[in-house]
Design a binder for this molecule. Sequence first.
Ligand SMILES: Cc1cc2nc3c(=O)[nH]c(=O)nc-3n(C[C@H](O)[C@H](O)[C@H](O)COP(=O)(O)OP(=O)(O)OC[C@H]3O[C@@H](n4cnc5c(N)ncnc54)[C@H](O)[C@@H]3O)c2cc1C
Length: 446
Amino acid sequence: MDEMQKVIIIGGGIAGKLAARVLSEFYNEVIILERDHETKRPIARKGAPQGLHLHALLFAGQYGLEELFPGITEDFYNSGAVRINSTKELAWFHHGVWKLRYDGNFTTTLQTRPQLEWKITQYIKNFSNITIHYNQTVKNFLYNPDENRMTGVEIMDGSGRKTTLEAALVVDASGAGSLSSSWLKKQGLHIPEEKVKIDLTYVSQLVQLNENQSRDWSIKMVYPNPPKEKIGGTLSKVEGNRHIVTISGYHNVINDQEVLKNHNGMLNLARRLPKPDIYDELRDAAPLTKPAIYRIPHIIWRRMDKVKKLPDGLLLLGDTLCRIDPVFGQGMSIAILEALALRKLLRKQKTLGQKWTAVFYKHAAKIIAPIWNMVITEDFRFPDTIGKKPMGLSLQQWYAKQIFLLSSQNQRIYHSFVKVMNLIQPMTILMYPKIIGAVLKRALFK
Ligand SMILES: Cc1cc2nc3c(=O)[nH]c(=O)nc-3n(C[C@H](O)[C@H](O)[C@H](O)COP(=O)(O)OP(=O)(O)OC[C@H]3O[C@@H](n4cnc5c(N)ncnc54)[C@H](O)[C@@H]3O)c2cc1C
């Protein structure tokens, strides 16, 4: 590949670090600019406050991380992450029924998001051409209008000093609040956006469960049966013999200020879940942290794949490109799949034509589209959800509901669903004739 000079990555979150890992194979120098200061141990950062909330890593993300950083999965376990049998140790109440429990021969890794991200940072340090510059906030882009090309960024450091930095490629991985879309709009470029209003509130806390009680699960999920129920919760083992409890509610059903004010706020919230299991555990548990709140008013997919005349040398990744509903635990896995797609694309190119970012967005859209569709099909079960509905929504919702219900009785169907949900198989496997047959039989003879 020709003229592979310097890359700047805005944001040292998960998407930024994964992009750095991949681009280090193709560029001489990769610089990550991160506005947070460096953390000396795995703790949640101000710039990624979602780190205080449960972060599940789906199979696709787990396998992808291992591909990018061989050995990292074992390293997670060496640092205390919990290895579980995915279908046996998950107790999941969903749409009014408990899913089957069986040994499906899949492994899931449970740990906090700060620990996961910390490990990735340690692996990144092994790449001699990647550097992370902390306390550096990117304020603006440097742009050459004659060539319609990004040439670098303007930065402000922790003491307010401003500088500029030039590069052949600028990657924006600064998350949902990134400056790219407003900057592109200012240049007169229309970025089509798919935006769905969900008004989701997350409340999470680390707890120590009563050790005298025996449990046959490592993660328990109690999800709502929409549209009537809007609150769901998860209690998951994490490193350090602790558990994290996360309770989320759509359309502002959670009054987060009340949760914070009230000494029993978290317990009162758990009492509102469709099943008492999590409440019963929390009653006997010791809180290790204060409840943390995160609000997600809407999810958004910036359709860069539909924009013509994009500036060369600018690439959007991760939550900057698409912020998905976190209840389904897909955001990190999407970032990992995008990083793998980027590597595949760059490996194929002998020389990087100027338009390769446009090709990348087409690949990214293929990753995001089915996930987006799956997520909004669920989000639109709530009448207050606002946005563009997908075609055939009612049929999709009906079919998905049959799959959810059959997952409590039919191991083969649940097994297929687990693979789809974990993004290692396409949705179409749920439309095999035998599965359609079981769905119709259930609908006709239930
Ligand atoms: C409550 C919640 C729960 C979630 N649960 C899950 C889950 O269970 N499983 C899952 O896979 N995903 C989950 N996600 C999604 C996941 O957190 C993100 O998809 C993932 O972290 C990818 O993020 P990112 O790197 O694109 O952005 P971010 O994590 O937001 O990182 C952006 C980085 O850019 C930095 N930055 C921002 N602006 C600038 C600037 N101007 N200059 C320099 N640096 C800047 C920030 O400090 C930050 O470090 C959840 C999200 C939320 C909100």
